[in-house]
Design a protein around this ligand. Structure first.
Ligand code: NAP
Ligand code: G4F
Length: 326
């Protein structure tokens, strides 16, 4: 009989890649969706016939108890969150309800329905914030710099707490930034890739950005979901940093992305104060040694390959839209 997995956040970037991975491994995949007035299946449309989609919300514990009772998964991947750092400054309470307390609601639902379920919690390098050491590992202290980062620290510790209090197989993946052509348009990498495509195809002339000096450890989302799955296959649960170990600035991302289509980034990027944050995370770079040694996980996609993959995908998508409108 095939294994059963529940993914929260199935409509998001990581949800779509994880669903593809689990389906390829023969899992029965149940995806939890929150109610919305319009269908939001851009990333999972191609999988729709292979997934079982069910209704539930991290804000509503009873909805998750019902989903767990009805579908009896052996593995739960909690990818749902208010995941955009900038929005967490303007909606800190909603961010806390979803990204922090939502984890407790789900953990409690799992504990009540079947404490033998293995759970993955999507923790974040944003928890390291104002970093106290470089690179950051599982033992680096946290100093979050946004309401989102604070909420993720809570989600991380409540995951550890349910492991220690109830002996549950709860895992926290401390994932550094991971991107793809399916990344939301508000995040800087996709904003740049999409902007480059629109400029190259004559639809725009500039992109407005904030802090170009911010540095991130950027990997490919398709590689990172494999680390999530590997955590739940271990005999004992744990916390794992998942990263490339390389860091690059937003400026370098621009140079490569514009360079890929023979444009000079400095002719097209304008700085806009609106995209600066009240408190910034300047330098994130992870040490993924434990993921390599225990999980046998290593990233496969390099930085240049990632940038070019994203620009090429947006060139295709924007050209398709142009043909459609013509
Ligand atoms: P994403 O694309 O923003 O997806 C977030 C998902 O959460 C969406 O499916 C969204 O549904 C769902 N969601 C939001 N509020 C919900 C609620 N109240 N109840 C149920 N579902 C809700 O994020 P992602 O990039 O795939 O990231 C996945 C997870 O990893 C998130 O928890 C994120 O914080 C974390 N993380 C991401 C990164 C990264 O670099 N991508 C790094 C570290 C950690 P709708 O489609 O309805 O909005
Ligand atoms: O792409 P970003 O919005 O991602 P950020 O804030 O690092 O958060 C992402 O990664 C976290 C992991 O560390 C996840 F937990 C989180 O859910 C999310 O997926 O911004 C990256 C950097 C920031 O320093 C920001 O100030 O890019 C800088 N930036 C410069 N101009 C910009 C812009 N960010 C955005 N979104 N838009 C800009 O115009």
């Amino acid at each position: 009989m095939s294994k059963r997995a529940l993914i929260t956040g199935i409509t998001g970037q990581d949800g779509s890649y994880l669903a593809e991975l689990l389906l390829a491994k023969g899992y029965h995949v149940v995806g939890m969706l929150r109610r919305s007035s319009t269908v939001n299946f851009e990333r999972i449309g191609h999988l729709q016939d292979d997934l079982e989609l069910v209704s539930g919300d991290l804000l509503d514990e009873a909805s998750m108890i019902q989903v767990l009772r009805a579908h009896q998964p052996e593995e739960v991947y909690n990818l749902a969150a208010q995941s955009f750092v900038q929005t967490s400054f303007t909606q800190p309470v909603l961010t806390g309800e979803t990204t922090a307390l939502g984890v407790t609601r789900l953990l409690d639902a799992v504990r009540m329905v079947d404490p033998g379920i293995r759970l993955y919690q999507a923790s974040s390098s944003e928890m390291f914030g104002k970093v106290v050491e470089v690179p950051q590992s599982e033992s680096t202290p946290f100093h979050p710099r946004s309401p989102y980062g604070v909420a993720k620290v809570y989600g991380h510790w409540i995951t550890v707490n349910y492991r220690e209090s109830y002996g549950m197989h709860t895992n926290s993946g401390i994932l550094f930034n991971h991107e793809s052509p399916r990344r939301g348009l508000e995040f800087v990498t996709r904003k740049i890739a999409n902007g480059v495509a629109r400029i190259k195809l004559g639809l725009d002339t500039t992109i407005a950005l904030g802090n170009l000096e911010a540095q991130r450890d950027w990997g490919f989302a398709g590689d990172y979901v494999d680390a999530m799955w590997r955590m739940l296959q271990q005999p004992t649960p744990g916390d794992f940093v998942v990263a490339t170990g390389e860091t690059h600035s937003v400026r370098e991302f621009c140079e490569l992305a514009f360079g890929h289509v023979d444009l000079d980034w400095s002719d097209h990027v304008v700085i806009d104060e609106r995209f600066f944050r009240p408190a910034e995370v300047d330098l994130l770079v992870g040490d993924p040694s434990q993921a390599r040694d225990v999980l046998g996980w290593t990233p496969r996609t390099g930085f240049r390959e990632l940038v070019e993959m994203m620009v090429d995908a947006d060139l295709d998508a924007v050209a398709r839209q142009q043909r459609h409108l013509a």
